[in-house]
Write a protein that binds this ligand. Structure first.
Ligand SMILES: [Zn+2]
Length: 399
C-alpha cells in the first residue's frame, strides 16, 4: 500500500465578501482535490485540542497521529530536531528571536528580517559577553535562532511569542516564573550590547529596523515521541517541506527528509518541482507527506488572491500528478488537508476544525460533493480527537 498526504498549510478559511461569500477553497479551481472528496469522503477534524494555541507545531503533530496533550513540549525543541542538535532529556531549548523594541514596545518580531550574517555576529558577541555557564546559542535562518541550556536550573516559566504582541508594551509579556531571572539577564545583556553595536548603526543609517534585543520563548525539553514505524507499522516514510518545524517533526518520527530545488515557504516556491519530487518519493517510500506553506503566508498578509492562486497551484502541480502516480500502484490512498485554518480577515490562525478529504483503495464513496469547508461540515464525519485521523486513514476509513 502506498500512502500520500498533501498539506496545503492554512488553506481553510471563512467565507470572504471579496469572493462572493465563498471561502478560498470554494472559489479556487481545484478539480483534483474535488476528485479525492468525490471518489472518497470528506469530513472535519479537530487538529488543535482545547487549551492549545492554533499553530502548525500543534496541528501537524495531531495530523501525523500524535496527541499534542501527550507529546507537545514546545516549538523550540522541534526546531532543534530539524537542526540535528543533540539534546539530553534534561536540556532545555528556547527560541531566541532577534527583535526590534522601541520605547518598550514590540515593533518587529523579526528585526526587519535581519540577515543571517548580521544575526550571527550579534549572537556570537552576546555569547562571548554573557559568561553564563550552561547556555549555548545555535544560529538559524535570519531572526530564528535557538538557545540551548545544559545545566541544573529547573525552569518553570511563562513566555510569549513575539509575533503575537505587535505594537504592544513588552513589560507584561517578559518571562515570568522559576528561572526567569536567568532569561531576563540574557535579554537585558543583549539590549545593552546591541544598543550601540556597529551592525545597528549601519541598520539605522540605512533605515532598517535595528536588532534591539533577543527575545526568549517557545521553550521545552526534547519531546519523547515513539517512532512512526513502531506506532503505525509503516517502515519507510519521507517528508517534503520548506519549513524547519516539519523537518524537525519528521526527524523525531524517524523519517527521511527530501529537499527540492527552489522550495520556499512562499508563493514563489517550486510547486512543479515539489509535485515531481513527491511522485518520485512514492517509488521508494510507503508514505510520503508533502507540505506547502504558501497559503498560510498569503493569509497572514491578508492577500486572498495569492492564497487562491497557491491553492490552485497545489491542486494542479501536486495533487493532480500524485493522484496519477498513485493509480500506477495496486493499492494506494491519499489524504488532502490543511493543518489549521488561517483567516485572511484576521491574518491569524483560526480554531475551526479543518476539512480533510481522502480516497483510494477500500475507501468507499459516501457523499459525492466537491471539497470545501461547507461540504465537509455537511456530512456527519467529524473526528474530534485529531490524532485519531492517522489510524482512520491507514485503515481506509474504518475504525
Ligand atoms: Zn501561520
Amino acid at each position: 500500500m502506498k500512502y500520500a498526504i498533501i498539506i496545503p498549510d492554512g488553506a481553510a478559511d471563512d467565507p470572504l465578501a471579496e469572493l462572493g461569500n465563498r471561502t478560498p477553497l470554494e472559489a479556487a479551481h481545484t478539480p483534483n482535490m474535488d476528485r479525492v472528496a468525490i471518489e472518497g469522503r470528506q469530513g472535519l477534524v479537530r487538529t488543535v485540542p482545547d487549551g492549545f494555541e492554533s499553530g502548525s507545531d500543534v496541528a501537524i503533530m495531531s495530523l501525523l497521529g500524535y496527541d499534542p496533550a501527550v507529546y507537545h513540549t514546545g516549538r523550540a525543541p522541534l526546531e532543534a530536531a530539524a537542526q540535528s542538535i543533540p539534546l539530553a532529556p534534561t536540556d532545555w531549548v528556547f527560541r531566541c528571536n532577534v527583535v526590534t523594541v522601541v520605547d518598550d514596545v514590540m515593533k518587529d518580531h523579526s528585526a526587519g528580517g535581519i540577515s543571517n550574517a548580521e544575526a550571527q555576529r550579534l549572537i556570537a558577541d552576546l555569547s562571548r559577553a554573557l559568561e553564563l555557564p550552561g547556555f549555548e546559542f545555535h544560529y538559524g535562518v535570519s531572526y530564528r535562532n535557538l538557545l540551548v541550556y545544559r545545566g541544573h536550573e529547573e525552569f518553570n516559566v511563562t513566555t510569549k511569542p513575539p509575533h503575537e504582541i505587535p505594537e504592544q508594551r513588552i513589560d507584561k509579556y517578559l518571562p515570568r516564573g522559576r528561572g526567569s531571572d536567568l532569561l531576563l539577564r540574557i535579554m537585558n545583556r543583549s539590549q545593552e550590547l546591541f544598543a550601540n553595536h556597529e551592525i545597528n548603526q549601519t541598520r539605522r543609517e540605512t533605515g532598517l529596523n535595528p536588532a534591539s534585543l533577543v527575545w526568549l520563548w517557545g521553550q521545552g525539553h526534547a519531546p519523547n515521541m515513539p517512532r512512526f514505524a513502531d506506532r503505525f507499522g509503516i517502515r519507510s516514510a519521507c517528508m517534503i517541506t520548506g519549513v524547519d518545524l516539519l523537518r524537525g517533526l519528521a526527524a523525531l518520527l524517524g523519517w527521511d527528509v527530501r529537499e527540492v530545488e527552489g522550495m520556499t515557504s512562499f508563493h514563489d516556491t517550486n510547486y512543479a518541482g515539489q509535485g515531481k519530487a513527491t511522485c518520485d518519493a512514492l517509488d521508494g517510500y510507503d508514505l510520503v507527506v508533502s507540505h506547502v506553506e504558501a497559503p498560510d503566508e498569503a493569509s497572514h498578509q491578508a492577500d486572498f488572491k495569492t492564497k487562491l492562486a497557491s491553492i490552485e497551484h497545489i491542486d494542479r502541480y501536486i495533487v493532480g500528478p500524485v493522484l496519477e502516480k498513485l493509480r500506477t500502484f495496486d493499492e494506494w490512498r491519499i489524504l488532502v488537508m490543511p493543518d489549521h485554518p488561517t483567516n485572511v480577515a484576521t491574518r491569524k490562525h483560526g480554531h475551526a476544525p479543518p476539512p480533510f478529504a481522502m480516497a483510494g483503495t477500500r475507501v468507499r464513496s459516501v457523499r459525492p460533493m466537491p471539497y470545501s469547508e461547507r461540504n465537509a461540515a455537511a456530512g456527519d464525519l467529524k473526528i474530534e480527537r485529531g490524532h485519531e485521523l492517522m489510524e482512520y486513514f491507514l485503515r481506509g476509513g474504518n475504525l
